[in-house]
Structure formats: C-alpha cells, structure tokens
Design a protein. Structure first.
Length: 157
C-alpha cells in the first residue's frame, strides 16, 4: 500500500492513506475492510470531513456512539456529529492498533484499540459491502480501563 501527502486540520502536511493509490491485485476482503478502517482513522486524525462523509454508507442505516454520548441514529445525526468533532480547533490525534476483522458475508466487524493523548479506547467499527466498496454503518468507542499500556496484547503476524 502507498501513503500520500495530505493536509491536516492545522494545514501541515501529513501522511494519509490513498485507497486509489493501492495496488488492489491480490488484496483480500479482509485487506479491503482494514483499508476502509484505516481510512476512517486517517479522516478522523486529519479532520477530513469530505473523506469521513464518503466513508459512511448512504444506502444502509447508520449508527454511532461516541464515548459518553447518547446513541446517534441516522445518517444526518451521525454526520452532523462528525462535522462538529472534525471542526474542533484542537484535533484529536488517534492511533488505531490491534485491529481484528471478522467477516459475515457482506458485513464486517472490526474490533480495535484507539490510542489518544488522554488514554485508550476500545472500538467497534461495522462495515457493509456496497457497490463502491466497504462503507461504515456503525462506530462505537468506549474507555478501556483496568489494563496498563504495557500490558496491551501484541498482534502476531
């Protein structure tokens, strides 16, 4: 996979995943889901609302539960929340790790950890396969407590 330059919220150059620049020959469904998940975190970290908006499904119902928020139901409510979050002058720097995919036909669930300056969250991201690729239909993140940072399980490849 290739990484390309983009702009983050501060106008600084940063690294961003470019799905179009990826050589898709030989990619598995799991790879495609992981690429969509990575694009979600790239859009989040770089405050790229157009990319975030493009990633969420328009064909299926969507849901989102931000930490400490009530459940958001429907695309309008979910995208309004992301527009507000990404407009924050102090952008969150989120790192996703330990991502694991489970495929259920045209649905995929990604469980991962999010590392932020203020701590760790555990997240569930659910995708549906549409004609344009894997699109997000659900995101939920909750604080991860009771485990020190250095006790984090390491993924083996």
């Amino acid at each position: 996979m290739r990484w390309g330059a983009s702009r983050n919220c501060d106008g600084d150059s940063g690294l961003a995943f470019s799905r179009a620049a990826c050589d898709i020959r030989g990619m598995t469904e799991t790879d495609d889901v992981l690429a969509a998940n990575l694009e979600f975190y790239r859009a989040f970290t770089t405050c790229d609302f157009p990319a975030m908006n493009a990633l969420w499904s328009r064909a299926s119902p969507v849901l989102c539960i931000h930490p400490g928020w009530p459940a958001l139901i429907g695309r309008d409510a979910v995208m309004r929340s992301w527009r507000n979050i990404l407009a924050n002058p102090e952008p969150a720097h989120v790192m996703c790790h330990d991502d694991q995919v489970t495929l259920y036909g045209t649905f995929a669930v990604v469980i991962c950890e999010e590392e932020l300056a203020g701590g760790h969250l555990v997240a569930t991201n659910i995708f549906v396969k549409e004609s344009a690729g894997w699109r997000m239909i659900h995101h939920q993140a909750s604080p991860l407590v009771g485990r020190p940072h250095d006790a984090r399980p390491q993924r083996r490849h």
